[in-house]
Design a protein around this ligand. Sequence first.
Ligand SMILES: Cc1ncc(COP(=O)(O)O)c(C=O)c1O
Length: 366
Amino acid sequence: MQFIDLKAQYAVLKADIDAAIQQVLDHGQYIMGPEVAQLETALAARVGVGHCVTVASGTEALLIALMALDLQPGDEVITSPFTFAATAEVIALLGGVPVFVDVEPDTGLIDAGRIEAAITPRTRAVMPVSLYGQVPDMDAINAIAARHGLPVIEDAAQSFGASYQGRASCGVSTLGCTSFFPSKPLGCYGDGGALFTDDARLAQAAREIRVHGQSARYTHTRVGVGGRMDTIQCAVLLAKLPRLDWELQRRRELGARYHALLADVNVGLLTVREGRDSVWGQYTVTVPDRPAVQAALKAVGIPTAVHYPRPLHQQLAYERFAPAGGCPVAEQLAQQVMSLPMSPDLGEADQDRVVAALAAAVGRRG
Ligand SMILES: Cc1ncc(COP(=O)(O)O)c(C=O)c1O
């Protein structure tokens, strides 16, 4: 069994994806070819915002977002410690200070109730993470940020296609940033990412930053990066878009099915809050003795993964940013989280096998 089955998806879409790639090979505009703008138009419409700017990766999207906001050395950005390193990495790369705010125990998402206390005169932005495919409490986060005049960047690398109170992930903050890494809910065949915003000035800044800060050819008006997304990768995503709604629906159904099948199994399930959904970028449970459970599943051919084994404030690169008293909830989750096989093409018979193996390893309640 695959942890994420990308080959089944390719088998279904092969003719369309091959044709889309061939078209790029034929027209030869490998950088900033017509598919780039086509994808940006299609994705902006999907998300319901004015502007989509494709970039080289999800990490680049976050970096460019902070650069567009003109983050300066010493500026603080409030974020989650329970995330992939890229979230804090881009802040530190620019000389900024990631300020880690602990997460909610039942979702793993930043605890909005703790954000205001972390705001200081040096705070420049809030960067919540839509972990595992669920958007955090953006109404509360946006309200706090607005009170303090701060922009909000959604790290939506794991949640493209999720919804929050009827709005799309990536369209619920000042700047939404996502990743098209192959295993993400919308994945290309290499690296890719995008920023979304309704702010025309920020969109223009992002467009310039991704091409070395050029406002016109060889006119460098700001410091930028080489951060474009390849035309071929945009073409792959255009070919995948017609199936995306089916895939997102399948992710929701498989997530709900896991929840139902695991209801009496001795694992902790994540909560999906009212008015939101999760696209289950990862389907993650908590288990007390993770190494033993992983070994038991591996022995019967079921792959698992850990997202993430250590919160960022306990990583060597970021421990200097650890808050006093740590982030106990994130620390506890990091000990216990375990992700199960999940992708739109996961078959129900395979899902049943995962549940049976997990139940055999940890037992059932009652
Ligand atoms: C939460 C989060 N942020 C950022 C990233 C970075 O995205 P990418 O791998 O496309 O650079 C990822 C994905 O790996 C992620 O999961």
